[in-house]
Write a protein that binds this ligand. Sequence first.
Ligand SMILES: [Zn+2]
Length: 394
Amino acid sequence: MKILSGEIVEITSTNILIAFLIIWSIIYIMNTTKKQQLEKKSDNGENETPMGLKIYYGLFGILRTSAGLKIIDKVGKYKFWRKLSLWLIPICMVISILTLYMFITSTINLFSGTVPKETSKPVIFLFGNLIPWIPGIVALIIGITLHELAHGIVARAYNLKIKSTGLLLGLGIPLGAFVELSDEFKETNNKIRGAVASAGPIANVIIFFIAIFAMPFVMNIDSPITISNVLEDYPAQGVLLKGDVIYSINDHKINSLTSFQNAVKDIKPKEKIKITILRNNELKTITTLTTTKEGLIGINAEASASISFILQTLYWTSMLNLMLGFFNLLPALPLDGFYIWNALPELIRDLKKGNKILNKISTITEHLINERSLTSISLMVWGLIFVSMAYSFM
Ligand SMILES: [Zn+2]
């Protein structure tokens, strides 16, 4: 079954990209001319930016807005975020250790040739190729925005100041939002920094689960199920055609992806199946035998374009959020994982203030996990990432 493709989505993706490029060019020209006018008018040397927009290398933009600050203030005033976020530190620690383990084994597999080089290419190179543009961008916007918002909310709950919020733009396409913490973050204690750091990746993990759980509901929505592809040298070849709408299989009415899945899941090899299709407004019933080995007739089917699009978006939202969350948990500065690991000794010590045993464990932990050892791990992680990426392009 081919639910993760849809030609209609591909075409609109390109069109929308072109539209964004045109809009970006207009914004870019407007921004530069306005800036020149401002520079001519006032010679105070201050780098004033019209529209709150700053453009980097002509490709990327940062648009500062106050909308994010208001949301963070409203949600972050509840102090229960403090307690909750402290609980997130040990959860993140466990995921982080798993991530580090997977990262190291996958790097070993890459260089021993067990996995294809393509797997270590930066995700951005998969866009338009493996990852469809719009669902991929929507997934990134949701992931980056909620990740940053979660950091901001917990920071606010600890009364830390937020310097600014805004949107990240790549060629005019919003790629997500950012929350810039004030210098107070650097000066506060390790435990609070760990709590603030934990909130971001956990937001991504929660989005992963929401997207995964939403998929069956979407698959259950009424939609015509159309044959999108007939495989060569399979029983369906010459009998069923691309574009046929599947009306029923073995007298089970097909009106959604779920009903299609249920109708085909128990079909066995060499089984006689009856398919009723709608072709040129006429119902037609055909009977065919499934293949001897796999029990297939050789068709791919898909739901309507809109349902396919929603499913694609949910699928990539789940996948990219899992990747975002896990990647940020690597204990490498400036990623969140660094602050989470660094919080551990203080977190253990403060479990019960004045407890001698906990104090001892905390001191031992601090010998192993401290800013110095974490900086070494950071160098190792970034070194491996850099070398793997270079190797994937060789
Ligand atoms: Zn983060």
